[in-house]
Design a protein around this ligand. Structure first.
Ligand SMILES: Nc1ncnc2c1ncn2[C@@H]1O[C@H](COP(=O)(O)OP(=O)(O)O)[C@@H](O)[C@H]1O
Length: 186
């Protein structure tokens, strides 16, 4: 089962994925790293210090990779970790963080003021959640605000375990759309 873990940078996708790899030996594809390692991009955007992902190339590469990993993985769970994951996976978990808290996390990471504000603004207007609704069949939302990475990993683990055991209808607490942070960024 391929499950996407998406969210604005700084919401905790990497931290949670690493914890779940350790805790449950679930396979994780760190898509942003894969894109750079295997040149799955069309051009480099020097100004924004990023690359322009080639989604067609990524989709075909992931088909091979996820088949391989699902065969190898006893649990059959493969987590696709990236802020692009919702363009690929049909089942998506969107991590959220209250923008003022997200700003603190991104400042700690050394992001420029422009990049911090850009991401905080995207988070305040639910940008990734809206894209997830457009692209994905099943969308779950996890609020990471005022929680530890361990607690958030527990939330993600609970969602995946419920999906594996067919108890998706018991996941009301992760139904998307309850957060309204539109006024949280000046
Ligand atoms: N509830 C939480 N869930 C996940 N990360 C959290 C949480 N609270 C604080 N953090 C911190 O926020 C940062 C998230 O960074 P990272 O995992 O790289 O996010 P992303 O991969 O989404 O960019 C980490 O330093 C992590 O320790």
């Amino acid at each position: 089962m391929l499950i996407g873990l998406t969210g604005t940078p700084g919401t905790g996708k990497t931290s949670v994925s690493k914890l779940l790899e350790k805790r449950r030996q679930w396979k994780v594809i760190y898509l942003n790293d894969l894109i750079k390692e295997e040149h799955l991009y069309t051009e480099v955007d020097e100004k924004r210090d990023s690359v322009v992902a080639d989604m067609e190339l990524i989709r075909s590469r992931l088909l091979e990779l996820t088949d391989e990993m699902e065969r190898e993985s006893a649990s059959k769970v493969v987590i696709l970790e990236s802020h692009l994951a919702h363009y690929i996976a049909d089942i998506i978990i969107v991590l959220r963080a209250y923008p003022p808290e997200l700003i603190k996390r991104l400042e700690k990471r050394g992001y420029s003021e422009e990049k911090v504000n850009e991401n905080a603004e995207a988070e305040s207007i639910d940008l990734i959640l809206a894209e997830a609704f457009e692209w994905c069949e099943k969308v779950f939302e996890v609020n990471t605000t005022d929680r530890t990475a361990e607690e958030t990993a527990g939330d993600v683990e609970k969602i995946i375990d419920h999906l594996l055991s067919g108890k998706e209808d018991e996941l009301h607490e992760y139904s998307p759309g309850s957060l309204d942070w539109i006024d949280s960024v000046p």
